[in-house]
Design a protein around this ligand. Structure first.
Ligand code: ATP
Ligand code: MG
Length: 620
């Protein structure tokens, strides 16, 4: 590298040395470091590494994956693992910085924990089992000693263990600690580029408090910080209710970026703004109890040999699944209970649990099912069943239903709810669907797809109890610390922005997170006059601290314009040709169809104005 022994120093290094020599106070030093960062930002295309692709890669299914590959932002190492190339990494850094600023603003304190963790912590919280295969864990040896490690999928265990050792009294609470760090999850199906990977960058924060009030304050501060983060990133988002918790109220919200290819379902009401994920969403359906039908014909028993699923029976009897009553046997707090759901619907376990006011609910095993139905699995029905049952609201609307006969290979047809089995109250027991009435107003619900970009959660004392993280109150009494956890998938946010901000030509970056703010294009790099004008603008932008990428490749203008649209920098400045002859630069936003002619001398002022007026800012 340096065979002659001559010490080669870069210009930047000289500036640094001079800065260090001259600087005596911290503030000036900080300013100089900031200046250095600015100086590092501008770049010439020929000196960086942006391998754009003309073709759409065949294995990329969704726009963000295609565009991030085509724009040279990412390259795959193996399924679920990607390299962030220089362009991609700049976006990751910009998003990271916005996240960090807002966490600090909300009172979070940054630290950094190991990704490598002892398995024992996960054994103590029961999450070795709960994560199952998703947890990367492995044994290794140090000398003769066998060691068992996990790679952190998140850090509740590590941080609670730390806090259990370091925080002792209520006087040290509340505190919210956070980090920005790589997480590891052995996802069953890593897919969609960096939307779902087996290692990804997450901001994870944890709040510790001595009262529910402190928990709620920390939660609200994080919730508001999340709104500000997504707004500053130029990402559309919907905060949705995600879970109601044992400690009361809404225990959790997910932040969803609405996108056609999102893997999550968001139930929302356009009219009043109600939004929840599909598991959590209530419906405005109400209990109805059908009147007893006098003189209704008795149900008919029909043979359904070996047909134990709704699909099988509906095919055999040529009947619509919506006319079936599905009878699911659960065990709630140790007691069997049947749950009646319309044949084409899915039961929602959380709703079942709440309707029964139970702490634990799980599907019953075969022996329990046989005991309460007198038949093997697949033939349960409400008529004559030997356990309590509850029914979903929609059951009351079925005039004549098909149900299991509680007998092997047999079903009943012509079962009238409220007549052939009692129905004194019905409940909301299924997932909400499009067209259901809104639980909060008179309008109807719709379903949109979303990408989960963040999640805030009131944990309570689950981890502090299992890891002995306690505080002493003013009377020296010991209590478990009350916790919350708050995650943002930083790399998923980057992909979600691309997924929602693009057109047929390529990415359309919001000003705040673009890898560079300005793309400066000389039409002809061999023309001295063009290059003199371009270099002047480049230097001035650089001086103003604006991120600029100069496409100094010796290529046709059309080729460069295509790449400019693909990598999607917000402001494009073109210099050369007829425009330059008339003393102008052509300036346009990525979203404009036509450029504006601006006198060369005013170009930088014009760019600055465009940046100021188009920078996304926090509304909240
Ligand atoms: P998902 O339901 O999408 O698997 P999760 O609910 O398991 O996500 P959390 O444990 O809530 O994820 O993690 C916090 C955030 O980390 C998520 O809101 C998401 O933005 C991000 N995230 C989670 N898993 C991945 C992944 N495999 N790849 C990229 N980002 C992820
Ligand atoms: Mg989540």
């Amino acid at each position: 590298m340096n065979p002659g022994g001559v010490i080669v120093v870069s210009a930047e290094f000289c500036v640094t040395i001079r800065a260090i020599l001259l600087v005596s106070d911290v503030e000036t030093h900080t300013n100089l470091v900031a200046d250095l960062r600015k100086l590092r930002s501008p770049m010439r295309w020929t000196q960086t590494f942006i391998p754009t692709l003309k073709e759409v890669p065949s294995d990329a299914e969704v726009p963000s994956h295609q565009l991030m590959l085509r724009s040279g932002m990412i390259r795959q190492l193996m399924a679920g693992a990607y390299t962030y190339m220089p362009l991609g990494y700049r976006v990751v850094r910009k998003v990271t910085e916005i996240v960090r600023e807002e966490m600090d603003r909300a009172g979070g304190v940054e630290l950094f924990m190991p990704a490598l963790q002892p398995i024992e912590l996960f054994e103590r919280t029961g999450r070795k089992e709960a994560f199952g295969n998703v947890l990367f864990n492995f044994e290794t040896k140090r000398g003769d000693r066998k060691l068992h490690f996990a790679l952190g999928p998140t850090h509740e265990e590590v941080i609670t263990d730390l806090v259990s050792r370091e925080l002792k009294t209520y006087k040290q609470l509340p505190v919210t600690l956070y980090q920005i760090q790589t997480k590891f999850r052995n996802e069953e199906r890593p897919r969609f580029g960096v939307l779902r990977t087996s290692e990804f960058l997450m901001k994870d924060a944890y709040s510790f408090g001595s009262s529910l009030e402190q928990l709620n304050d920390a939660y609200d501060a994080m919730y508001n910080a999340y709104c500000r983060i997504f707004e500053r990133c130029g990402l559309e988002y919907i905060p949705v209710e995600a879970e109601s918790g044992p400690i009361g109220g809404d225990a959790s919200h997910e932040f969803m970026a609405p996108a056609d290819n999102g893997e999550d379902f968001v139930v929302r009401c356009k009219s009043c703004g109600y939004a929840a994920n599909q598991e959590r969403a209530d419906t405005g359906r109400t209990s109805s109890t059908p009147a007893k039908v006098d003189g209704a014909a008795e149900p008919q028993k029909v043979a359904t040999p070996d047909a134990g699923s709704i699909d099988d029976v509906s095919r055999m009897l040529k009947a619509d699944a919506a006319t079936f009553i599905k009878t699911l046997i659960y065990v709630a707090d140790g007691k069997p209970v049947a749950v009646l759901i319309r044949g084409d619907h899915e039961a929602n376990e959380g709703k079942v649990r709440r309707a029964l006011d139970a702490t634990s609910v799980e599907l019953a095993d075969e022996a329990t099912i046989e005991k309460v139905t007198g038949a093997p699995v697949g033939f349960a029905g409400p008529v004559g069943i030997k356990c309590a049952y509850i029914a979903d609201h929609d059951i009351a609307q079925i005039a004549s239903a098909i149900t299991g006969a509680n007998e092997k290979d047999a079903h009943l047809t012509g079962v009238v709810p409220g007549t052939h089995f009692e129905l004194s109250e019905t409940f909301d027991l299924r997932n909400a669907d499009a067209g259901d009435p809104c639980p909060k107003c008179d309008a109807t619900l719709e379903i949109v797809h979303g990408i989960e970009v963040g999640h805030v959660f009131k944990l309570g004392t689950k981890y502090s109890e299992s890891l002995d993280a306690n505080y002493l109150d003013s009377e020296d009494k010991k209590h478990p610390i009350i916790m919350g956890c708050y995650g943002i998938g930083v790399t998923r946010v980057v992909a979600a922005i691309v997924e929602t901000c693009h057109d047929e030509g390529g990415i359309v970056w919001p000003m705040s997170v673009a890898p560079y703010t300005v793309e400066l294009i000389p039409l002809n790099v061999t023309d001295e006059e063009v290059m003199a004008a371009v270099n002047k603008i480049y230097d001035e932008l650089k001086e103003a601290g604006i991120d600029v990428l100069m496409d100094d490749r010796d290529q046709r203008p059309g080729f460069k314009f295509k790449d400019a649209d693909l990598i999607g920098l917000p402001v494009r400045v073109v210099v050369g040709g007829k425009g330059l002859k008339e003393g102008n630069a052509e300036i346009k936003l990525r979203t404009d169809s036509e450029a504006t002619m601006v006198p060369i001398g005013d170009a930088v002022a014009h760019v600055k104005n465009l940046i100021n007026t188009n920078m996304p800012s926090a509304r909240s």
